[in-house]
Unconditional design. Structure first.
Length: 272
């Protein structure tokens, strides 16, 4: 008598759901990055993809448990479902760990935000209320995100800031420079397509300068530590750049000497 082994329907559904979850995650991210969907729609799509991935993971585990007991066919399908489900949930696990590690903020600044306004705010009415930290909370979570003062003039300091912004590949939206102020507003896109804006403000004189920075998420409910870490990393890199400039050019912090006036010789006319 021939015994027929049936294929587990649970294993079949595990593979189906897992194979759907992965492209849903990828497609939603791509559409968000290319601005084909709004951030609100992306959030919903990401939640749906995550729910399908979680369902695929649970069903895959159940399928493997039943296959172990029943001896039915479908191990390959169940394992494929488990693989795809795990792959689709990796981004959620990563961002979940960041959400647990960093406070839920969307706007970080080293000084008064009124001095560093954002210039790129599409759909301002739809933007959520910014979430901010107190000075004590900011110092505890991001101790290096603080105002910098350098023994270097405003102009060379702002030049270094401009170079670092360009090196980071940030999209400059506004740049202004005068004898008393230098400021850059730039936009950044995160890996999953969130837009964030940085404002860097340089003030000072010919021999000293002060640098402040703001980093804010646009249309996001959590920055997952991006803004605070961005300020710390950028100002840390600026510290190194200023130190290197002063080391290699000891006179870089000295004001330029005024050009000496060329004496004018007046020829005396002979007396008639």
């Amino acid at each position: 008598m021939r015994i027929l082994l049936r294929t587990s329907r649970t294993a079949i559904w595990a593979r189906r759901l897992g194979s759907v979850a992965v492209p849903l995650v990828i497609i939603s991210i791509l559409l968000h990055r290319f601005r084909l969907i709004t951030s609100d729609v992306f959030t919903v799509a990401a939640l749906v993809a995550g729910a399908i991935g979680a369902a695929a993971l649970i069903i895959s585990i159940l399928a493997l448990a039943r296959l172990w007991q029943s001896g039915d066919q479908g191990w390959g399908k169940a394992l494929a479902g488990l693989f795809f489900a795990t792959l689709s949930l990796l981004p959620y696990a990563w961002y979940g760990s960041l959400a647990l590690r960093y406070p839920a903020v969307t706007d970080m600044a080293t000084t008064d935000r009124g001095l560093m306004p954002l210039v790129f705010e599409p759909g301002t009415a739809a933007m959520p209320i910014p979430k901010m930290l107190t000075r004590a909370e900011m110092a505890a979570d991001f101790p290096n995100a603080e105002t910098r003062s350098y023994p270097l003039g405003l102009v060379p300091t702002f030049d270094l800031v401009d170079q670092l912004v360009s090196a980071n590949g940030w999209d400059i939206r506004m740049l202004r420079q005068s004898e008393e102020l230098g400021q850059i507003n730039a936009q950044i896109m995160t890996l999953v397509g969130w837009r964030e804006e940085v404002v860097i403000r340089v003030t000072g004189t010919a021999t000293q300068s002060t640098v402040n920075m703001r980093s804010a998420s646009l249309h996001a409910w959590h920055d997952f530590g991006d803004n605070g870490l961005r300020i710390e990393d950028f100002l840390g890199a600026l510290d190194d750049a200023v130190t290197g400039l002063l080391r290699d050019n000891p006179e870089a912090n000295l004001p330029a000497e005024p050009e000496a006036e060329t004496p004018v010789t007046v020829e005396e006319q002979p007396t008639p």
